[in-house]
Ligand binder design. Structure first.
Ligand code: NAP
Length: 282
């Protein structure tokens, strides 16, 4: 039996519609998102353009700061401090990666936590670990919303997360844990990955390695969420999961593209709305 396809595009479009409706009812100042981009990384440019378009579609003001490649750390931090003080800006995001001469951690640490819509600041990370969420990192947040949209219960399930990065694997594991799953985290030093993944009721793959997860590594009826974005030999986007074979064994599966990616974008808007409410209720 073929798995039910989790349609991230549709769920994201529905979420976006709700956000746009909510924003249309705000009187006075609209929520504002400041996005900083440094240099000419083409992928970053695509992401930033996407963010601007998403904001426009939902009535959120977006303020773009496109800085030249040779921007200094001091200039960048000065901009962050200015945006920290700006009453019209609810959320601040620095598009990563930054050019090599710049220190991304320093930039993130200088964003005031109540505008940290990417949820990368140590205070946000601490809150996530404590289960006291302010902002939730967009990709894991998007995964939780997808599970919710398809009424997939997490409570009591064994969830295996492949990947332990600060932006995906670790926060993903925390969100699942706080939803009362039993969580196992696998990574590149895990000795027998298949033995671990085969135990998963819900398998979240975020290794960034195409072809990593084959059908023999998946339990019959498992829910398979593929976060990764890789390219195959033809240059097409693909995840970690060998989709055609795993879909025959899973109960639910996300495609790449069209699964987690669109949700990540929408969750940034959701975090911006959260920041807006925090500011107007201060
Ligand atoms: P990352 O920082 O490179 O982390 C990858 C993680 O996978 C690491 O923890 C690594 O282990 C682990 N890993 C690598 N090879 C492995 C293997 N063979 N077996 C088991 N674990 C392995 O990447 P990331 O930033 O977390 O992103 C992961 C993927 O998600 C990438 O493809 C990225 O493009 C994608 N992504 C998608 C979205 C979206 O919106 N859909 C958002 C963000 C990222 P070690 O820690 O031991 O090195």
């Amino acid at each position: 039996m073929s798995a039910i396809l989790i349609d991230g595009k549709k769920v994201a479009a529905d979420c976006k519609k709700l956000i746009a409706e909510e924003v249309s009812q705000f009187s006075g100042r609209k929520p504002g998102l400041a996005v900083i981009i440094v240099g000419n990384n083409p992928a970053s440019r695509v992401y930033v353009n996407g963010k601007r378009k998403d904001c426009a579609e939902c009535g959120i003001e977006s303020y773009e700061y496109a800085l030249p490649e040779d921007t200094t750390q001091e200039e960048l931090i000065e901009l962050v401090h200015r945006l920290n003080e700006d009453e019209n800006v609810d959320g601040i995001l620095a598009q990563l990666p930054l050019p090599d001469h710049l220190d991304a951690d320093d930039v993130i640490y200088n964003i005031v936590p109540d505008k940290d819509v990417d949820a990368f600041h140590p205070i946000s990370v601490g809150r996530i670990t404590l289960g006291k969420y302010g902002f939730v990192p967009c990709t894991p947040y998007g995964v939780m919303e997808l599970l919710n949209a398809y009424n997939i219960q997490v409570y009591g399930k064994h969830c295996v997360v492949v990947g332990r990065s600060n932006i995906v694997g670790k926060p993903m594991s925390m969100l699942l844990l706080h939803s009362n799953a039993t969580v196992t985290i696998a990574h590149s030093k895990t000795t027998d990955l298949a033995a671990i993944t085969k135990q998963a009721d819900i398998l979240v793959c975020a290794a960034g390695k195409r072809g990593l997860i084959t059908a023999d590594m998946v339990k019959e009826g498992a829910v398979v969420i593929d976060v990764s974005i890789n390219r195959n030999d033809e240059g097409k986007l693909c995840g970690d999961v060998v989709f055609d074979e795993v879909r025959e064994k899973a109960s639910y599966i996300t495609p790449v593209p069209g699964g987690v990616g669109p949700m990540t974008r929408v969750m940034l808007l959701q975090n911006t709305i959260t920041a807006y409410y925090n500011h107007i209720n201060k």
